[in-house]
Design a protein around this ligand. Structure first.
Ligand code: 3HC
Ligand code: NAI
Length: 696
């Protein structure tokens, strides 16, 4: 391994280059290298200033996250940064790419900061369940003020060069150029001006209004419910206000160390790596994707319009096909309205919008407009008959090599593919609603799907900035299949004695964005009802079928869209629909169930055991490649709390024995729903975890 930190002295400027691909993370070797070169620089008398820069695509993206959770190795980053700051010569950080976390902390330890116009800055530690632990919480308030520091540190948000300059984080935005040349030129200027070291730690801390920290706590309580790191971030910045620098640093370290040992830190870092690992799919390794420039979308309803918007925002040409002229006009209006919203929110420039409407977007009821489409995504009604008809037409019209995709939620993609003469080109691209917002894309690979078609799906996901997960064909693929199962478990909890409102409250307290009954209201109760009716002929007679939801649907209550479902939607917000309790009581009476009190813990245990048990089957059957694929699915498409890492990470944290014991406990009530997954049993018997399968 070449030395990741090099030193070169040119015309009195010491140039320190960091080369630790891919993102110049501050591994032990980099920390040791920095400590070594700064010691060497101090010993020389031919140096007037020092420049630090990152080679290749970025400055330093932060600490090496792969070292977290292992015994810490010297030298420690705060000490290295203190050493850089203590340098007797002016130290300049030349920033390009991303200066994140420990990388930005190194930059703040330097005395001057010059940046490329496209550089990005941030302290994203909070998103990994920790806090900036190398002086970031102490130096940023001194450079930019406590309010700015609280904002950046508790949200982890990244900022651009203009904003960084405005808040005092950097000193200069240079013309675009390579960071070595930019840094050396700035250093020469500073030497000419006779600039002395200007240490961030020595800057005074400006006083702030006394309620600034209370307001930050309130904000965090709302936005980051249940999370430890944002609260410790606030405490660390508070420390910067009341303690001398070195004591503030020690306080920061103690708060950092506390978070390092937390399950939330493990979970968030698991999520970080899992979201990168899901793109590594063995069957498409080295396979070239087909080029995609023009796509067709069939159906301009909720999903079709959202998919069209997502594609247009990423620069693709889109032709949307509807059934008849009125539907075309409606679909066009849906797409236009959503794009106008993006313009209003500053996400899309007006000129780009005008360009999209004039040249890249079209809508029609004429399928022949798709002759030159590279990929077509069908998003018509969830009916096998309608979908078969659409695919027959696509097969007749589309050019050879066009990818034919379906957005079906549950239906058999092999059966859809069989309607065409080219099943190798057919794939599932399962978006989530709203499709231009939700990050998840399940890429459902059917029996005959060609590897380059799968690779094309992953490339498309990248272009749309989605997290793509490979799934196999089964009823509901990864996410909706698991959802169907845990929905049955919460229905079971209601039959046993909890109310739907108890269930939603307990699970929101657990960390879900919304409870499952509120989610059903949002999606539309008619959707689940249609699925239940479709599956009724094949339903096993041993299944305990909760009928209370059907009663709501029969009365025409489909949730939010009809103003009433499990909740009643009034202008001042939703409130529980008390009629639900009558339907539940009737259902229990019909089944001879005497309701009992159920604790919130039991509700959570049921929900999680059902989710994990079914997910274990999904992994064992190869529907999901690895446990981490399940985690990424639930995190990005189903509102599972990121700080719990996903259901499989949660199961590893509480112990698979507990999950298996819970399955056995609930099976005493319903041994059809609660059958232990063989994979779960095997892992428990072998003393292994889901994490072991991820690493295999
Ligand atoms: N440590 C170790 N590996 C890292 C890393 C890090 N900090 N950041 C990225 N990587 C790895 C990724 O896992 C990936 O590896 P792979 O190719 O084997 O999958 C590779 O680098 C490239 O990363 P991306 O695929 O994410 O590349 P992008 O170009 O899309 O994004 C990035 C680059 C914006 C730097 C993004 O990787 C990122 O956000 N990284 C994390 C930044 C971060 O959170 N820094 C704070 C770390 S904590 C810290 O500094 C603590 C300190 O306060 C003490
Ligand atoms: P929707 O009812 O809002 O839209 C369907 C549209 O398809 C309608 O505008 C209809 O006019 C059009 N259509 C029907 N037959 C057509 C044909 N032969 N040619 C052209 N257009 C036709 O339905 P939604 O919610 O958009 O769902 C579409 C598909 O996406 C379904 O398969 C659904 O299961 C799936 N899906 C739905 C999600 C959701 O949350 N709504 C999430 C993920 C997938």
């Amino acid at each position: 391994m070449p030395d990741p930190v090099s030193l070169e002295v040119v015309d009195g400027i010491a140039i320190v280059a960091i080369a630790n691909p891919p993102v110049n993370a501050l591994s032990q070797a980099v920390r040791a290298g920095l400590a070594g070169v700064f010691a060497a620089i101090e010993a020389r008398d031919d140096v007037r200033a020092v420049v630090i820069y990152g080679s290749d695509r970025t400055f330093i993206a932060g600490a090496d996250i792969r070292e977290f959770g292992k015994p810490p190795l010297e030298p420690f980053l705060p000490d290295v940064i203190n050493q850089i700051e203590a340098c007797r010569l002016p130290v300049i950080a030349s920033l390009h790419g991303t200066a994140l976390g420990g990388g930005l902390e190194v930059a703040m330890g330097a005395h001057f900061r010059v940046a490329d116009p496209a550089a990005r800055f941030g302290l994203p530690e909070v998103t990994l369940g920790i806090l900036p632990g190398a002086g970031g919480t102490q130096r940023l308030p001194r450079l930019a003020g406590a309010e700015v520091a609280l904002d950046l540190i508790t949200t982890g948000r990244q900022i651009g060069a203009e904003e960084a300059l405005a808040i005092g984080l950097i000193d200069k935005i240079a013309a675009a150029g390579d960071p070595r040349t930019v840094g050396v030129a700035y250093a020469q200027d500073l030497v000419r001006q006779g600039a002395a070291p200007r240490r961030s730690s020595a800057l005074p801390v400006q006083a702030v209004a006394p309620d600034v920290f209370e307001q930050a706590r309130t904000r965090v309580a709302q936005k980051s419910r249940g999370q430890l790191a944002p609260l410790n971030c606030i405490k660390a910045v508070e420390g910067a206000m009341r303690l001398p620098f070195l004591e503030g640093l020690a306080n920061e370290r103690a708060l950092f160390t506390e978070l390092m040992g937390s399950d939330q830190r493990s979970a968030l870092i698991h999520a970080f790596f899992a979201e990168r690992q899901v793109a590594k799919v063995p069957d498409i390794k080295g396979v070239t994707a087909r080029p995609i420039e023009k796509i067709g979308v069939i159906g301009g309803g909720t999903m079709g319009a959202g998919i069209a918007v997502a594609a247009l925002l990423s620069g693709l040409k889109v032709t949307l096909i509807e059934r008849e002229p009125e539907a075309v006009a409606r679909a066009k209006a849906n797409v236009t309205k959503t794009l106008e919203g993006s313009v209003k929110r500053g996400k899309l420039a007006q000129t780009k919008f005008d360009d999209i409407m004039a040249t890249t977007f079209s809508a029609s009821d004429d399928y022949s407009q798709l002759v030159d489409a590279d990929l077509v995504i069908e998003a018509v009604f969830e009916s096998m008959e309608v979908k078969k008809d659409v695919f027959t037409r696509l097969d007749a019209i589309c050019k050879p090599g066009a990818v034919l995709a379906t957005n079906t939620s549950y239906l058999d993609i092999n059966e859809i593919a069989a309607m065409t003469s080219r099943p190798q080109d057919v794939i599932g691209l399962h978006f989530f609603s709203p499709a231009h917002v939700m990050r998840l894309l399940e890429i459902v690979v059917a029996d005959k799907t060609a590897p380059e078609v799968t690779a094309t799906g992953f490339e498309l996901a990248k272009r749309l900035k989605k997290v793509a997960v490979r799934a196999g064909v089964c009823d509901g693929f990864i996410g909706n299949r698991i959802l169907s199962h845990y929905r049955k478990a919460v229905d079971g909890a209601v039959l046993a004695g909890a109310s739907p409102f108890d269930v939603d409250r307990a699970l929101v307290d657990f960390g879900l964005a919304m409870g499952p009954f509120a989610v059903s209201d949002l999606a539309g109760l008619d959707i689940g009802w249609a699925t239940r009716k479709r599956l009724a002929p094949t339903r096993d007679p041993r299944e305990v079928y909760a009928a209370f939801s059907d009663r709501l649907c029969e009365a025409g209550h489909f949730g939010r869209k009809t103003g009433k479902g499990y909740y009643v939607y009034k202008e001042d917000g939703p409130c529980p629909n008390e009629d639900v309790l009558t339907h539940v009581a009737d259902d229990r009476a019909a089944k001879g169930i005497t309701p009992r009190a159920m604790s919130d813990d039991e509700i959570v245990d049921r929900y999680m055991a059902a989710m994990v048990n079914e997910a274990a089957r999904v992994v064992e059957e190869g529907i999901a490649l690895r446990p981490l694929d399940v985690d990424v699915t639930l995190l990005n498409g189903y509102g599972f709390p990121r700080w719990r890492g996903g259901p499989m990470q949660y199961a590893d944290t509480v112990g698979l024995e507990k999950i298996l014991a819970d399955v056995a406990r609930f099976a005493r009530e319903d041994d059809f729903l609660w059958q232990p997954a063989p994979l779960l049993q095997r892992l428990v018997a072998e003393g292994k975890t889901f994490g072991d399968l991820n690493d295999a």
